[in-house]
Design a protein around this ligand. Structure first.
Ligand SMILES: C[S@@+](CC[C@H](N)C(=O)[O-])C[C@H]1O[C@@H](n2cnc3c(N)ncnc32)[C@H](O)[C@@H]1O
Length: 213
């Protein structure tokens, strides 16, 4: 069975300003050298006028690849902060998918054209069990939710899955202005964390919300 700390609570002061979010692993440096060319590649990938989906924290990328194969008429973008994961996945991606090693919060804040994504998938966001790191590392905050709303097309959705019930409650509390919706097409693959949860009998909470008008 999976051992983990008991109890989880949201950070006492979560970031609210979408333009002043912390960034992980220096990915704020988008204007510098290598990052600038990565931004150009990312925007070039997104330039064809076809629907695009975003997955945040894809880990091994199984769901990203599966979605790209299942929905070949849609662009699939994956953001992941762990460089080794991105490097390993890239050779396996079809031409309709793009993986980038970057903090999703920074990418949403400073690179993504408003309204560009039709959907955002966040499968098992890290609950950041170390409380002192939660304010800077936790993905969901009022600021992050505002960035998702900005990145989504008018009928765009946010799909979130977690096995940390209080984290789900916190996420739901941030989305009260959004409309609960049916789950989007999910492809056939399940993520690594979902596999572990099924094996260990952990309860999973899944939710989908449509962006406020
Ligand atoms: C708990 S794991 C879940 C991985 C996978 N989605 C799954 O369901 O198995 C969370 C993932 O999100 C990534 N991550 C955490 N914060 C991130 C951020 N700000 N931007 C992009 N990826 C992030 C982590 O590196 C990790 O791979």
């Amino acid at each position: 069975m999976n051992e983990r700390p008991v109890g989880w609570s949201p950070p006492s002061s979560a970031p609210t300003d979408p333009d002043r979010l912390p960034a992980l692993n220096g990915s704020l440096l988008f204007s510098a050298g290598r990052k600038a060319s990565e931004v150009t590649d990312f925007l070039r990938f997104l330039s064809p006028p076809v629907p695009a989906m975003l997955e945040i924290g894809f880990d091994h990328g199984m769901c990203l690849v599966d979605r790209a194969r299942t929905f070949p008429d849609t662009l699939q973008v994956g953001l992941e902060i762990r460089e080794a994961r991105v490097t390993r996945l890239r050779p396996h991606l079809p031409g309709t998918a793009f993986a980038w090693r970057a903090d999703a919060r920074t990418v949403l804040a400073s690179v993504v054209p408003p309204g560009r994504f039709s959907g955002i998938y966040v499968l098992f966001p890290d609950p950041v069990w170390v409380e002192s790191r939660r304010r800077s590392h936790l993905l969901f905050s009022p600021a992050f939710v505002a960035l998702c709303a900005r990145a989504l097309a008018p009928d765009g959705f946010l799909h979130v899955v977690t096995d940390v019930e209080p984290y789900h409650t916190w996420i739901r509390s941030l989305l009260t202005a959004w409309t609960p919706s049916p789950d989007p097409p999910l492809g056939t693959e399940i993520s690594r964390r979902e596999r572990v949860c099924r094996r260990d009998g952990l309860m999973i909470t899944r939710g989908t919300w449509t962006r406020p008008a």
